[in-house]
Design a protein around this ligand. Structure first.
Ligand SMILES: NC(=O)c1ccc[n+]([C@@H]2O[C@H](COP(=O)([O-])OP(=O)(O)OC[C@H]3O[C@@H](n4cnc5c(N)ncnc54)[C@H](OP(=O)(O)O)[C@@H]3O)[C@@H](O)[C@H]2O)c1
Length: 321
């Protein structure tokens, strides 16, 4: 074999391995690597992690994953009963590592920006400090692009973007003041990396979060930003999703037969991303990984596939069929 044949062989081998990994893994390659060889979740044990949207779905499961590893948590959301139930689950799963005082239930509406400072003060007065803010509360969307009322765009951005930015600014100001190497996590979505059909405002909102937090990264070295982008995952989100009309909800349930990642797996991968301080990571069962790698790293192939009618397939993946 000549030198150039060997190089050619290595390149082809590299691409074959990559494509196989994109097909078989349920998350990006770095995140998967960290699940096997990275820092375990219990390295977060001494930290206080504040999770918004902890009353259900991904946020609630993340709280459990962290509690299982002895991490102290603040659980926020609007539904007090569900937050109390989540606290109980966290206590049980921690198997005695956490006392009642180690889990703070802090209910508030993210849309009430005036309350954010008070909520923050409550966390500090309870724990003395905190280390990671997980911006997870949010609502998705199902609506045709041209039919969306502009007020829905505004409402969705209020919750999924502006409330997140407002709370994060309070946290960053605190980290700055006390010279703390703070960590901000953001539950983005695969829609934050790749346009999702029938979710224009949501796609715009999640992309916008990437912009805000990329800018933060360039300004402040003491702040670690973890953008985590789940693909379709079991949760209550279909009930709560915005549609095209202001004030209305999609009001549908996910079905047990949907092709979605389990909430447990999604939250476990999220916890690994936090423990390993991963800048950008994603999760999702086949073909999410494949779509994202091609979409992000091979835009010309993406363009070609779109012209070949792959958009219909995207719709099916989006609806988890
Ligand atoms: N499930 C998926 O397929 C998927 C995929 C990609 C990204 N995500 C993202 O994951 C995050 C969590 O969603 P999920 O799927 O776990 O849905 P979920 O089960 O509906 O959970 C949403 C959470 O957000 C909270 N929330 C909603 N509006 C709020 C408000 N105004 N103030 C305070 N909290 C509020 C809810 O709490 P209360 O009702 O108690 O207020 C709830 O705890 C979202 O940011 C979503 O965009 C989900």
């Amino acid at each position: 074999m000549t030198f150039f044949e060997i190089i050619g062989f290595i390149v082809i081998f590299y691409y074959i391995v990559q494509v196989i990994l994109w097909i078989i893994l349920d998350c990006d390659i770095m995140l998967y690597y960290k699940t096997q060889f990275g820092k375990p979740i219990n390295t977060l044990k001494d930290k206080v992690v504040w999770i918004t949207g902890a009353s259900s779905g991904i946020g609630r499961e993340l709280a459990k994953q962290l509690s299982k590893n002895g991490v102290r948590v603040v659980l926020s959301g609007r539904n007090i009963q569900e937050l109390e139930a989540a606290k109980l689950e966290c206590m049980n799963i921690s198997k005695g590592q956490l006392k009642s005082n180690d889990i703070l239930v802090l209910p508030f509406d993210m849309l009430n920006l005036d309350f954010h400072r008070g909520a923050f003060n409550r966390v500090i007065s309870h724990f003395g400090s905190f280390h990671i803010l997980v911006n997870n509360a949010g609502r998705s969307q199902r609506a045709e692009w041209n039919k969306i009322d502009i007020n829905v765009d505004r409402e969705l951005f209020e919750l999924d973007v502006f409330s997140v930015i407002n709370l994060s600014r309070i946290a960053v100001t605190y980290f700055d003041k006390y010279n703390i190497d703070g960590q901000l996590a953001i539950t983005s979505s695969t829609a934050g990396l790749f346009g999702a059909p029938n979710s224009a405002s949501y796609t715009g909102a999640k992309h916008s979060l990437h912009g805000y937090f990329e800018a933060l990264r360039t300004e402040k070295n003491n702040i670690n930003v973890n953008l985590y982008c789940p693909g379709p995952t079991f949760s209550n989100f279909l009930q709560e999703s915005f549609i095209e009309t202001q004030g209305a909800k999609y009001n549908q349930r996910v079905s047990g037969t949907d092709r979605r990642m389990t909430t447990e797996r999604c939250a476990y991968l999220y916890a690994v991303a936090l423990a390993n301080n991963i800048h950008l990571s994603w999760s999702g069962i086949f073909p999410i990984n494949l779509i994202l790698y091609v979409g992000l790293y091979y835009p010309n192939i993406k363009k070609l596939l779109m012209t070949m009618g792959v958009t219909r397939l995207l719709g099916k993946v989006r609806d988890s069929r």
